[in-house]
Design a protein around this ligand. Structure first.
Ligand SMILES: NC(=O)C1=CN([C@@H]2O[C@H](COP(=O)(O)OP(=O)(O)OC[C@H]3O[C@@H](n4cnc5c(N)ncnc54)[C@H](OP(=O)(O)O)[C@@H]3O)[C@@H](O)[C@H]2O)C=CC1
Ligand SMILES: O=C1O[C@H](COP(=O)(O)O)[C@@H](O)[C@H](O)[C@H]1O
Length: 512
């Protein structure tokens, strides 16, 4: 296990939602699990005016996200955690003089013996990433000694860019002030235990890898479904949409782990080299015809679930009432390499679906000679289903004989649940990622070229959806499995695998 050296974590945007909802609870759980080094300090920084005590109150004592912990744990234990939190007001904007911040960092470093090791977490609007990096550099805060005593690292939140061009600009902007090995680009899906398990399932077993190619796999299907709508993030989401928000980042990361070749070893660079190669081998769709046949976007419309009216996307706060932004995106694509040639990949992501689920389904080819004639033709292929969330686990579907005369074949399940492991305490993604960054391990962070390769694939789809001819946005009632026509995209007689029930009786067909 890696060790965590003494350090000071500066969180920019410390008055915001992500800090309170994800970062501080993740830090609390690391503290509770005994993962902090001897000396560890958190310095929150943003424009809001707060004292250290007010910051502690906001993110610990009165935080709705640590309510249970504060209520049930020993008060001295909570105080010890809260006491590592400090706060620095940045003045009117993030572009002003950082001398006060620098002085505060240096005095805390001295007082708390954090060895000149600083990690900067940028939990602000993305437009501030580069200005903050520049200001840190102007104050001489970006160059440490490079080793455990005196490192400098920067973590940046998503979204990383809005297109290939903006992602490239952002990479260049950050790399002016930090070396690539100091930059940690968060993709919280990589922090999920079951996403990491894709690597272990593939590369620690000899039973899957020989079959993991075009000769045995018919197609690959990935679903990411959420039951929530855009909640309070309508303003951000309407400019982003499902393709930028989920597909470009989280889903293409999952794709890269399915597609990649075995790395030489489990070092960050070796794994990331293979992931980049995988992303670069996705066939970029360029013609309108390809884009028309292989992509589909949809938007949830008002419906009624259990007698309760659910808002349509265009009624959400911050959303343009005539918005065409997709809350559903489904893409079919191919991977141009030796392993995957002509094997279709189908990936979809959506909000306001009947159930929350993220899963990868590997559909194996049917046996080339049918010995048992009365095998149900719709259900004869083997499937490997990797459940990323919830009910994390792996399910294999295979044929067994129905007891009795003849050879009737039925599908049986071999089902593994993570929760059945004796030590099944799954770390939250932010917890895992923060701990890795604290230890300088970038394996689960996206590298510059990875992010750019993902944007290169997505850009033409975005361009087509924005300006192409005959591009429809299909409506689907909130609480259903997406536009009715979405099954036409997938060449499986059963359509998409919908692991749950439709919640409404409403039809999913309309063009909006
Ligand atoms: N919240 C979430 O669930 C997720 C968030 N993210 C990303 O994390 C980052 C932070 O998100 P989140 O905490 O939700 O955002 P918030 O708007 O809640 O917080 C951002 C913080 O940045 C500061 N800020 C500085 N300048 C501005 C500005 N011009 N406009 C708005 N805020 C400003 C604000 O603090 P002050 O005014 O005090 O300076 C605010 O507290 C974003 O990049 C977001 O995309 C990613 C995934 C999920
Ligand atoms: O990054 C994001 O992820 C969440 C979904 O995350 P999950 O861990 O709950 O699957 C999504 O709701 C949000 O729109 C997106 O920005």
């Amino acid at each position: 296990m890696n060790s965590t050296s003494n350090q000071l974590l500066v969180i920019f945007g410390a008055s915001g939602d992500l800090t309170a909802r994800k970062l501080i609870p993740a830090l609390y759980h690391l503290y509770e699990g005994g993962h902090f080094p001897e000396n560890f300090v958190v310095l929150g920084a943003s424009r809001s005016n707060m004292s250290d005590e007010e910051f502690r109150k906001k993110v610990v004592y009165e935080s709705p996200y640590l309510k249970e912990e504060v209520k049930t744990k020993d008060a001295a234990f909570i105080k010890k955690f809260a006491d590592i939190m400090y706060y620095q007001d940045l003045g009117d904007d993030y572009d002003s003089d950082y001398t006060d911040l620098k002085n505060r960092i240096e005095s805390l470093d001295k007082e708390c013996k954090t060895n000149g090791s600083f990690m900067f977490y940028l939990s602000t609007p993305p437009s501030l990433y580069e200005p903050i990096a520049k200001n840190l550099s102007d104050q001489g805060l970006t160059k440490g000694s490079g080793n455990d005593k005196g490192f400098r690292r920067i973590i940046v939140e998503k979204p990383f860019g809005y297109s290939l061009e903006t992602a490239q600009e952002l990479n260049k902007g950050l790399q002016k002030y930090f070396k690539e090995n100091q930059i940690f680009r968060i993709d919280h899906y990589l922090g999920k235990e079951t996403v990491q398990n894709l690597l272990v399932t593939r590369f620690s077993n000899s039973i899957f890898e020989p079959l993991w190619n075009r000769n045995y796999i018919h197609h690959v299907e990935i679903t990411n479904a959420e039951t929530v709508g855009v909640e309070k993030r309508g303003g951000y989401y309407d400019k982003s949409g499902a393709l930028r928000d989920m597909f470009q980042s989280h889903l293409l990361q999952i794709v890269s782990l399915i597609v990649m070749e075995p790395p030489i070893n489990s070092n960050a660079e070796e794994i990331r080299n293979e992931k980049v190669k995988a992303l670069k081998s996705l066939r970029i769709m360029r013609s309108e015809e390809e884009l028309f046949h292989n992509t589909m976007r949809g938007q949830y419309v008002a419906s009624s679930i259990n007698g309760k009216r659910v808002k349509g996307y265009r009624e959400e706060e911050g959303v343009d009432p005539e918005s065409k932004t997709e809350t559903y995106a489904a893409i079919k694509f191919f991977v141009d390499n030796w392993r995957w040639k002509d094997t279709p990949f189908y990936v979809r992501t959506a909000k306001q679906m009947p159930t929350k689920v993220t899963e990868v389904v590997i559909h194996f080819k049917t046996p080339h000679h049918q010995v048992f004639k009365d095998q149900d033709i719709n259900n004869k292929d083997n499937k490997l289903i990797i459940r990323i969330q919830p009910d994390e686990g792996i399910l294999i579907k295979f044929g067994v004989k129905v007891p009795g005369q003849g050879f009737q074949v039925e599908r049986a399940n071999m089902d593994f649940y993570y929760s059945s492991l004796s030590d099944s305490n799954i770390m939250d993604a932010y917890e895992r990622l923060l701990l890795d960054a604290m230890q300088g391990d970038a394996t689960l962070y996206a590298r510059a070229d990875e992010v750019e390769a993902a944007w290169a694939f997505v850009d033409p789809i975005l361009e087509y959806w924005a300006n192409g001819q005959d591009v429809n946005t299909y409506g689907y009632p909130a609480g259903t499995w997406g536009p009715k026509d979405s099954d036409d995209l997938i060449e499986d007689s059963n359509g998409w695998r919908n692991p749950g029930e439709h919640l409404t009786d409403e039809s999913g067909f309309c063009i909006i």
